[in-house]
Ligand binder design. Structure first.
Ligand SMILES: Nc1ncnc2c1ncn2[C@@H]1O[C@H](COP(=O)(O)OP(=O)(O)O)[C@@H](O)[C@H]1O
Ligand SMILES: Nc1ccn([C@@H]2O[C@H](COP(=O)(O)OP(=O)(O)O)[C@@H](O)[C@H]2O)c(=O)n1
Length: 194
């Protein structure tokens, strides 16, 4: 049985950083599921058709990390048919041996509800805006508005809204380093692996 680590949380909370580190530590596969939604939004045209026809090349675009691509992603991510078109790919990815780490918004609640480890990564709005602004070379105040708008959309949508699974463990990265966050995540995985 492959071992699945599900990581969810709001924008720029540190999900991807923890996911990549866990995958490297355990030799697991890693899927940044946000990229699927970013690539779908970036394709333009009918988002349902874009999601259904998503191909590996679409994930290679170099503009997917931009704030604009994030905003477009969160708009098309509210469409139920877009989400359902992407479910099977994510579940197949998660089924790979020896294990995988998936990060997104609905991994622990919808995509892999039976995952033995579920992390919900959070950080204060100000810290998240500052980190993302540094990353993109953008203005922190503008970034704060954008992240909050995106989080609100992600939390309030009807299909697969952003929320912690009942059995998720919360990691607050506001006041800890990357190394401390990764160590906390590894400790949680170690407990689950017995
Ligand atoms: N614990 C932490 N301490 C300091 N910076 C962090 C921490 N975790 C993540 N970061 C930084 O914050 C930014 C957003 O992290 P990322 O992992 O991309 O978030 P997410 O995947 O949730 O959007 C990155 O620049 C990353 O290096
Ligand atoms: N599993 C997922 C992953 C992302 N998304 C959507 O895609 C957008 C971009 O996700 P992301 O993970 O790349 O964003 P960041 O947290 O990296 O800023 C989110 O704001 C969500 O609207 C989703 O709905 N479900």
């Amino acid at each position: 049985m492959p071992f699945i680590i599900a990581i969810d949380g709001p924008a720029a909370s540190g999900k991807g950083t923890i996911a990549r580190a866990l995958a490297a530590h355990y030799g697991f596969h890693h899927l940044d599921t946000g990229l699927l939604y970013r690539a779908t939004g970036a394709k333009g045209g009918d988002p349902i058709e874009a999601a259904r026809s998503l191909a590996p090349d679409d994930l290679q675009r170099d503009d997917l990390r931009s704030a604009e691509a994030g905003q477009a992603a969160s708009r098309i991510a509210a469409i139920p048919e877009v989400r359902s078109a992407l479910v099977e790919f994510q579940r197949r990815f998660a089924a790979q041996e020896p294990g995988s780490v998936l990060d997104g918004r609905d991994i622990g609640t919808v995509i892999c509800p039976d995952a033995p480890v579920k992390l919900f990564v959070i950080a204060s709005n100000e810290v998240r805006a500052r980190r993302r602004a540094e990353e993109l070379g953008a203005d922190p105040a503008e970034m704060l508005d954008q992240l909050q708008e995106r989080d609100r959309r992600d939390r309030e949508r009807d299909t697969a809204p952003l929320r912690p699974a009942d059995d998720a463990t919360v990691i607050d990265t506001s006041h800890i380093s990357v190394e401390e966050a990764v160590a906390a995540a590894i400790a949680i995985v170690e407990r689950a692996r017995g």
